[in-house]
Design a protein around this ligand. Structure first.
Ligand code: FEO
Length: 411
């Protein structure tokens, strides 16, 4: 990655990973980046490193600006290996006795990842570090999304280094929000849905906390993807909206199918949802990656899940999806189950019980059809979809309108 000066004497020296397509089970067809930041001041600071495989690139980038041995302090905002994998090599190169600032949990977690006896300097929220002209302060962001996570704020430059927060798995020629525009938002939404959705309540509290701190923020620099400089409030407000998981007139119909019977049911149910005025998309689990489906689930009012019965159970892709969705803890969803079967027909009950365990509001008993749906069966599917759609619309109409935007960070 070309070195990028993002503010006076502040550089992104990280790497773009153009070819990664699977980030621990999350599909990343647009690659990602591991952003790491170098602040040149009386003291020189490196904020975060990169995935191990990109360590040489990071060191080469730093070397084009300054001799790495001149780095005085390293800051680790997050232990996960995509940001710390390069740490041992970097510390070896710059000097293992150099102070390594991280949260208290960061010191514990890093020591469980790496054998090096680093010079840990644990910090907590409100602690500061002067580099000369730049003052850095730290904000612990526990469980957003690891126990060790924290943000680093550069006061004079008004930059928030937000680790995974506000990131996107996207690698492109663009480096800033104003260079890519609205096209970055689906990537940010997918990132939120698959990495952060389960921490929605904590994120809302964090935004509130940052508002109370009255930080002036001109730029938000996540460790993945583009940097938010033209309107950092836009991504903050999107996070608030996504975290609230307000009801919407949208539904997702998730299914797999063996001999197209469940598929026919899914299409007819989607038609019923459309009839009720709900924007519904049938999504076949063998055509859509689970992480893309979760992105649609994020702002859907209803999730309708289906499986044929296979060997007295669920189709494996459906089990996989349900386990994945359960972990991400979507809230405020209407749920329903359906499926075709041959003789035993357990799938619908199994799905229902999983959706109930996720606290979905089940408004219809499940619908199952033996073997192949005939015209009457397809009519029943449409009615099933219409009933779910009516419930979605009614819930939306009875919900308070979305709250207005809460923050324009650079105003
Ligand atoms: Fe980008 Fe949680 O690591």
């Amino acid at each position: 990655m070309a070195i990028l000066e993002i503010a006076d004497n502040v550089f992104n020296v990280g790497a773009k990973d153009w070819n990664i397509s699977d980030f621990h089970g999350y599909s990343t067809p647009f690659g990602t980046s591991y952003n790491a930041f170098l602040v040149i001041d009386e003291k020189i600071a490196l904020i975060d490193t990169v995935k191990k495989e990109f360590s040489d690139e990071l060191i080469a980038n730093i070397s084009r600006i300054v001799d790495p041995r001149k780095i005085d302090v390293v800051i680790s905002n997050h232990t996960e290996m995509d940001h710390s994998g390069g740490l041992p090599r970097v510390m070896h190169r710059i000097g293992e006795d150099k102070p390594l600032y991280c949260s208290k949990m960061g010191a514990k977690n890093l020591s469980r990842h790496f054998s090096g006896n680093f010079n840990y300097k644990p910090v907590g929220s409100g602690d500061t570090l002067s580099l000369g002209k730049n003052t850095l302060s730290f904000l612990e962001t526990r469980m957003i999304h690891w126990p060790d996570s924290m943000f680093t704020y550069a006061k004079e430059n008004k930059i928030l280094f937000s680790s995974d927060g506000f990131g996107q798995h996207y690698a492109g020629s663009e480096n800033f929000d104003d260079e890519i525009g609205e096209a970055i938002m689906p990537h940010a939404k997918k990132y939120y849905a698959n990495i952060l959705m389960l921490y929605a309540p904590l994120l809302l509290k964090l935004v509130e906390q940052v508002q109370k701190m009255d930080l002036e923020i001109d730029m938000i620099c996540p460790d993945h993807g583009i940097l938010w400089r033209s309107d950092p409030g836009k991504i903050v407000n999107a996070y608030v909206r996504w975290s609230r998981q307000e009801s919407s007139t949208k539904a997702v119909v998730v299914y797999d199918t063996m001999w197209h019977s469940t598929e026919k049911m899914a299409d007819a149910i989607a038609s019923g949802l459309h009839e009720a005025g709900v924007n519904a998309r049938p999504m076949n689990l063998r055509k859509w990656h689970r992480s893309d489906i979760m992105t649609e689930v994020l702002d859907a009012g209803a999730v309708v899940v289906s499986s044929p019965t296979l060997n007295n159970g669920l189709f494996p892709t459906v089990s996989d999806f349900l386990a994945y969705m359960k972990g991400l803890k979507p809230k405020n969803k209407i749920g329903a189950a359906f499926g075709s079967y041959g003789w035993s027909g357990e799938s619908v009950k199994l799905i229902q019980s999983e959706l109930e365990a996720m606290n979905f509001e089940m408004i219809e008993s499940g619908l199952k059809i033996q073997y192949v749906p005939d015209d009457a069966g397809l009519d029943a599917c449409e009615q099933f979809g219409k009933a779910i759609g009516d419930a979605v619309v009614s819930k939306h109409e009875n919900t308070d309108p979305p709250q207005p935007a809460v923050l324009h960070a650079n105003e």
